[in-house]
Write a new protein. Structure first.
Length: 398
């Protein structure tokens, strides 16, 4: 029997051409020992018949909210499920889930559960890239929903592009992860995020393009995996429940907040883009153009990461970030040694789709213990998961 033995899985199938691939997902879940209950939308039955799923699953497929013998099937399914996975998930189902609409059995079941939910989108590239779809997925991530990103490949109608349903192996792996006990439970994790702002006058500042997305993703993933998380951030981005947020602006404020809490932290992840320099003086009034070109003299800020490396106590794990534009691996190794940290997350911010302001990232994980992991272009939550997958064994947690 497989690793999912006796776990109750509701397999939601929405109406898209990828519905036929859900048959394989169903079979694989059953082979792994899971008790699988298929729930099809009416549109899904136009692509694959309920009888196909009934023949492979652990019980008959469910389609209608009101036509069966069970008066409240969505409540029963939602309460009994150990996990719900929707594969494929169409733009309509995703939107309905975000809005809290329950106009069919699948969406009603999604709202009637406290079990982990895994959404596996599949749609044409234009739909996948639409801001409405991406915004909806961002909302679901903040709510703790697992998103299994689609892949590039052949789509319906002979098109080729991003939006193809993820491979069955990735979907099954996501189900197994969702049902695994939190591997960071009991740990205290301190995360920084965003770019600091060093004021020149009340209006102007020296800053950078960091959006804070990657740091926030690390904080949310750590909380999801059971850690007690403190997030020191310069952004106003929403955070998931369970993350204690401290908002700062300058490098000095971030340093104060981090040093006040780092001693008790088991893991410190310095994802923030902290300014290396700040104006030596700050004007108390706006500098007027009529006053001529001002001279701005810079001085170094506190090197928070280096100080954390110096203060590092036995058993503590320190993770640094390196935003590079060239020689990424060499610069990451140099930073690892210079700052005396355990792991450096390095990326080429000049690469399209990676780094500042993007929802995706591609990083290199370089560790003092010889870790050398190349994380391909992925959603930043997936990158956060990869980082914590490396951190967890260092604390004897995996």
């Amino acid at each position: 029997m497989g690793r999912l033995a006796d776990r109750r899985v509701v397999l939601g199938v929405a109406g898209g051409i990828a519905a036929y691939k859900a048959v394989e997902v169903c079979r694989r879940l059953v082979d792994a020992g899971a008790h699988v209950t298929p729930v099809l939308t009416a549109a899904a039955t136009r692509f694959v018949g309920p009888l196909t799923f009934s023949a492979l699953a652990s019980e008959d497929a469910h389609v209608a909210l009101f036509d069966g013998p069970d008066a409240i099937p969505h409540t029963r399914l939602g309460q009994q499920a150990d996990v719900i996975v929707v594969a494929p998930a169409t733009a309509r189902v995703i939107a309905a889930y975000v809005a809290g609409l329950s106009d069919d059995l699948l969406t009603a079941t999604l709202l009637a559960t406290r079990a982990p939910v895994i959404i596996c989108p599949a749609m044409h590239t234009e739909m996948w890239e639409h801001p409405a779809v991406q915004d909806n997925l961002s909302v679901l991530r903040r709510r703790g929903v697992h998103i299994v990103e689609p892949e590039a490949g052949r789509l319906a109608g002979g098109d080729v592009g991003m939006g193809r349903l993820a491979d069955a192996d990735r979907i099954i792996a996501a189900v197994e992860r969702a049902l695994t006990a939190p591997d960071l439970g009991g740990l205290r994790v301190l995360v920084t995020a965003g770019g600091t702002r060093e004021p020149i006058d009340p209006v102007r500042f020296i800053g950078n393009r960091s959006s804070g997305k990657q740091g926030h993703a690390v904080a949310e993933e750590a909380a999801h995996r059971g850690a007690k998380v403190v997030l020191v951030t310069t952004t106003d981005r929403a955070t998931t429940a369970g993350v204690d947020v401290i908002r700062v602006d300058t490098a000095a404020e971030m340093a104060d907040a981090v040093f006040a809490r780092s001693e008790e932290a088991d893991v410190v992840v310095m994802a923030a883009a902290v300014a290396d320099f700040k104006p030596s003086t700050t004007r108390d009034r706006k500098i007027k153009k009529s006053d001529g070109i001002p001279e701005v003299v810079l001085e170094p800020t506190v090197d928070i990461l280096a100080e954390l490396g110096r203060r590092k106590r036995a058993g503590q794990v320190i993770v640094g970030f390196a935003a590079e534009t060239h020689d990424v691996r060499a610069n990451a190794r140099r930073k690892l040694e210079d700052k005396r940290v355990d792991l450096v997350v390095a990326n080429d911010v000049a690469e399209p789709g990676a780094g500042f302001e993007h929802d995706t990232n591609r990083v290199l994980l370089i560790g003092r213990d010889g870790t050398d992991v190349d994380v391909p272009m992925s959603d930043k939550r997936e990158v956060a998961r990869a980082i914590l997958d490396v951190v967890a064994p260092r604390k004897g947690m995996a």
